[in-house]
Design a protein around this ligand. Structure first.
Ligand SMILES: NC(=O)c1ccc[n+]([C@@H]2O[C@H](COP(=O)([O-])OP(=O)(O)OC[C@H]3O[C@@H](n4cnc5c(N)ncnc54)[C@H](OP(=O)(O)O)[C@@H]3O)[C@@H](O)[C@H]2O)c1
Length: 291
């Protein structure tokens, strides 16, 4: 199978390249093709002629999208449509990465794939519009919604918490947003399986279990063996440009119907933190050898 990955330089993209071993993978960052430019997108897919195109490229800065909704729409909606049209032209299947932020967070029980999209911020709107319009171009495209990504090679919540905790005795973290943390390596494995299985339609794909950002921070600090106190707070005390859904837990039923089960977010966090401290130790030792 030949697979073209847009967004290969991003956090998930790097995990896809690392995990996806058995197929012929073509890695594309914005230097190879800016998805806002249909000619560039047509040229790379015309040359690659992939069986599958995985679209992980996006403008992912949620507050940045709120401040610059024109850019959010240009990359996340129109860029996605450029990729879909080019994929259709070379008869490639498409797997599009989307988000829990297509929902408003008012449901209070896990979101199913049949639940109506009701985004409350510009990032969510740009992704929700892409989802709707992609299906018109490629009715069989696969839309994988995921959430709260963490992993190596990107800016992620565990890294931020550990960096802040180094210099503070106590930190405050919001306890009124609930979602599903997801390890990029696990998601990458699931995406490769979904492509091999010829999946189509909307699929919710996250690690299992859910928590608030406060509960996640507590687990990070506990796991790292730090003594920093984590205190719960509320979103209204930390006003940011974009509103976040209060509850964006995604039901795993659609993923399970493909025979794929995901580990708990606690297990994956333990893996990630162990891997992170191993690679930090390796960097420290190679620096001391060089000195
Ligand atoms: N992070 C999360 O918590 C989260 C949650 C739910 C869903 N998702 C979705 O999962 C996917 C992967 O997210 P991520 O966190 O791995 O993203 P990321 O680390 O922010 O990486 C973004 C990727 O998009 C590429 N990109 C940005 N603008 C582009 C453009 N105009 N043309 C071509 N490529 C462009 C970047 O390429 P360059 O670096 O080469 O510029 C980079 O490879 C995204 O679709 C995102 O919406 C993420």
């Amino acid at each position: 199978m030949r697979v073209a990955i847009f967004g290969a330089t991003g956090m998930l993209g790097k995990a896809l390249l690392g995990q996806w071993k058995d197929d012929d993978v073509i890695a594309l960052g914005s230097a190879q093709a800016d998805i806002r430019n249909p000619d560039q997108v047509n040229a790379v897919l015309g040359q690659a002629k992939p069986d599958w195109t995985v679209l992980a490229a996006a403008y992912t800065d949620v507050d940045g999208c709120e401040i610059n909704p024109t850019l959010a729409s240009a990359v996340n909606t129109h860029g996605a449509l450029n990729v879909a049209k080019a994929a259709a032209r070379v008869q490639s299947k498409l797997l599009f990465l989307s988000t829990d932020y297509v929902f408003d967070g008012k449901k209070g029980s896990p979101y199913e794939i049949t639940d109506e999209r009701r985004p409350i911020n510009a990032y969510g709107k740009s992704k929700a519009e892409a989802e709707e319009k992609l299906t018109a171009i490629l009715p069989d495209c696969c839309i994988v919604r995921t959430s709260w990504l963490f992993g190596p090679g990107g800016k992620c919540f565990p890294d931020t918490i550990l960096r802040i905790a180094e210099s503070r005795k106590a930190i405050e973290v919001v306890n009124d947003q609930r979602g599903c943390p997801t390890y990029t390596l696990d998601l990458a494995d699931a995406i490769a399986k979904l492509c091999r299985l010829g999946s189509k339609g909307i699929i919710h794909c996250t690690n299992s279990g859910d928590c608030t950002w406060f509960e996640l921070a507590q687990e990070i600090i506990r796991n790292a063996g730090l003594s920093t106190t984590v205190k719960p707070t509320t979103s209204d005390k930390y006003v940011r440009p974009a509103e976040r859904p209060k509850y964006s837990v995604l039901s795993s039923a659609s993923l399970n119907s493909y025979g794929i089960e995901m580990r708990s977010w606690q297990q994956t966090l333990t893996n990630y933190l162990a891997e992170r401290s191993r690679s930090n130790a390796e960097i420290a030792s190679s620096l001391s050898n060089r000195a």
